[in-house]
Ligand binder design. Structure first.
Ligand code: ZN
Ligand code: ZN
Length: 338
């Protein structure tokens, strides 16, 4: 799973480099790549979750598709203030200091925002309609919510936020892998077959669970709410399932945030007078930098257009494709070495 996310962060770092060099065409190209890898990651995560014993619960609230996860967190409203036209700027300090000095103010704000978000979720179209909202409409929707903020924020700042979220999602993903044990699809299949309840007693034995809970308790000493929740979790037979579910939810939320900042960077580039859209990136645009010319994620005509790998041109990329990339890199380095 984290292999896919490494690809996202690889492309995200290229976005940052392109922004630093003020090469916005290259930035658009790379943010498109990062977005595609994020979609690959989502597919893989969904496949893995489907193997978990509490699959239904994990998908219940946020839905089964990336589109739904995004719109659960951002139902055409800001996730933080809950308004269709974000007004977080009025509470910037409270938002930034929400864990420290401004905790109480933040709790008050959050109560109102949560109510507005619940209402906004109710007025979203049905899932079957949600799935069909085209990508450019989704970008436009985010621009409606955050357009003012994007307009008044420097592109470097927006890119910092984007990178921050990519990093946070990566962290959540490694947490899930630590909990489940590093795995590929085959390993996970085997693990679930041996341990359908996902108790992971082979992975963490009784003694390890105990030590983990002791350490967690002492690190949260004084925080009664957390300690009592830890106590309940320790007694719960299904604690590992519960933990896996809540980390899956964290990941879903984090990648919705990555999507939100993706739209911010793309919309900012558009506001800077570059009339480039994310759709053009997938179609292969004539404004691509020289070395990226001819790269297109789509093939076919009209509505029958399908996604494909821009490197091998196949609708289903196989491992020899990244291998060919590695071979090129190795050979290039040998040429340099000579
Ligand atoms: Zn807001
Ligand atoms: Zn390929």
């Amino acid at each position: 799973m984290s292999n896919f996310w490494l690809q996202v962060s690889n492309d995200a770092s290229k976005v940052a480099e392109a922004i630093r060099r003020q090469n916005y065409e290259l930035a658009m190209y790379n943010i498109g790549n990062a977005f595609c890898w994020m979609c690959c990651f989502v597919e893989r995560l969904k496949e893995d979750i489907k193997k978990f014993p509490n699959e239904t619960y994990i998908f219940e609230e946020r839905g089964k598709t990336f589109q739904e996860w995004i719109l659960y967190r951002y139902p055409f409203c800001c996730h933080h203030c809950g308004y269709p036209l974000c007004n977080c700027v009025l509470y910037s300090e409270t938002m930034e200091e929400r864990k420290d000095d401004h905790k109480d103010d933040f709790e008050k704000l959050k109560g109102g925002a949560d109510k507005r978000l619940t209402e906004a979720r109710k007025s979203l179209p049905q899932d079957s309609v949600l799935e069909k909202i085209p990508l450019n409409k989704l970008f436009e929707g985010f621009n409606k919510v955050y357009g003012n903020k994007v307009f008044s924020t420097h592109i470097e700042d927006l890119t910092f936020h984007y990178l921050e979220e990519v990093g946070e999602a990566g962290h959540a993903i490694t947490v899930l892998e630590t909990l489940i044990g590093h795995n590929n699809t085959d390993e996970l299949d085997k693990k679930i077959k041996d341990d359908p309840e996902l108790k992971l007693e082979k992975h963490f034995n009784k003694d390890q669970w105990k030590k983990a809970f002791d350490q967690a308790n002492s690190s949260k000493k004084g925080n009664e709410d957390v300690c009592s929740a830890l106590g309940k979790l320790e007694k719960n037979e299904k604690r590992n399932q519960i933990a896996a579910a809540s980390i899956c939810h964290m990941i879903m939320d984090e990648i919705a945030d990555v999507f939100s900042w993706t739209t911010a960077v793309v919309n900012k580039i558009e506001k800077l007078g570059k009339q480039h859209s994310i759709i053009e990136v997938f179609e292969g645009a004539d404004w691509f930098p020289k070395e990226k010319k001819g790269k297109s994620y789509l093939h076919g005509m009209g509505d029958a257009k399908k996604f494909r790998c821009p490197y091998c041109g196949e609708p289903s990329c196989k491992t020899w494709c990244p291998l060919s990339n590695i071979l090129t890199k190795v050979s290039e380095s040998q040429v340099k070495g000579n």
